[in-house]
Structure formats: structure tokens, C-alpha cells
Design a protein around this ligand. Sequence first.
Ligand code: UTP
Length: 225
Amino acid sequence: MRIVAAIGGSIIIKDYDYKKFQEYAEVLKKLAEEHEIFVVVGGGKPAREYIQVVRDLDCGEAKCDDIGIEVTRINAKLLLLALGNSSYQKVPHNFQEALEYSASGKIIVMGGTEPAHSTDAVSAILAEYVQADMLINLTSVDGMYTKDPNKYSDAELIEEITATEMLKFINGNDVKAGTYEFFDMTAIQMIKRSSLETIIANGEDPQNLVKAIKKEKIGTRIISE
Ligand code: UTP
């Protein structure tokens, strides 16, 4: 299968630590023996911190995004370092380059592309672009909940949701640089228009990526409609 995996910055670089890069590298190398793998890495805390500096400089939102993108690309480079020769040692800056580099047969790792969305959207557009069989979004929670699980103890995990329902659900969320909440609208629109098979799962344990690929019951499945 051709798989696009989005790994949230909050997962891969939670504590400026090498461990998650190494753990993910091991899992991805193994998966690449059987599947064609594209990875999109988020910015996490470092991106938010850098974005705050740009915001304080009062340079406008697109410039904040621009710095955010640079940070996602640094994180992508770190994952390339952890993956070594199993990966194509250059971070694509757009979808065309990602497809081009994939001719190497190696794992492709990218970060952001252009302002006004998050790496969730990048992963969904990439999945469309390379006609992936599956999109897996690895995040810091178990999936989509009825309410914010960090604020409400009675929040319930949603096992399956249509893209249309999800669009209604997250409409009105903040879309400022560094503050995309949970999932961004562009990503869902792509999932909807291309009927992308999508799973949102907890990325704290990289094995959840393997489980999602094996179609084990995990996280939230987004179905098109
Ligand atoms: P992330 O994808 O990590 O955003 O990109 P996020 O959802 O805010 O962070 P997490 O998932 O909670 O960790 C970091 C920032 O980089 C910019 C946006 O400002 C985004 O918030 N960005 C990223 C872009 O403008 N375009 C891109 O293609 C990617």
C-alpha cells in the first residue's frame, strides 16, 4: 500500500528529545519493507515558540506561518537523520518534489508547504497527490472526541465520523499560525472530496501506526460523505 503518515510535532518533538525520532524510524523502516511510505512531520512546541517571536515582531500571520513551515522542515530533517539510508535525504518543499523523490523507492519525509494551513492539510493534499491508499494522522490524543478530552472528563471517543459531520464539528476553530486545533478544515475537505481512507490515532506509541495500517480498531476513522 501507499501510505501517508502525519506525525504531529507534539508527538515527535515534545521534549527536544531524540527518542521519538528513533522509535518512529525503527517502525517506519520496517513498514517500508512492505509499503510505500510518505511522512509529514509537524512543528510542535518549537514552531509555536518561533511563531510567537514573529508575532511579537508584528510581521503578519503569513510570515508567522512561514517560520512555522521552516520549523516543520527542521523536524523532517531530524527524522531523515534518524532514518538514514532508508529515506530520501532531502525534504520536499512541495508535492511535485515529494512524488519525484519517491521514485528513489525510499521513505519520503516532508514538513509544511505554504502558509494558511497546518501539516494536517499537507498530509491530506499529499495523500491526494500521490493517490495514497491510506492517510494516518498520529496525534497526541486517542482520536476525535465529543468534547475536548483535556477539559472534560465525560468526553467520549468517536470511533467513526463522516467528513461532512467533522466539518460541521470543527467549523469556527482558530486558524491562526501555530494554533490549528485538532484538525484543520482544508484537510477534511481533501478527505471528503477524494474519499481518502483516514484514521486519526494516538501517536505516542508508534505501534499505533502499524495497527492502523493493519486495520485494527483504533482511534477515529473518517469516512467520506
Ligand atoms: P503544524 O502542522 O505543526 O501546526 O505546523 P499545528 O497544528 O499548529 O501544530 P500541532 O499539530 O498542534 O503541533 C506549525 C505551524 O506552521 C505553519 C502554521 O502556522 C502551523 O500552525 N504551517 C505549517 C503552514 O503555514 N503551512 C504548512 O504547510 C505547515
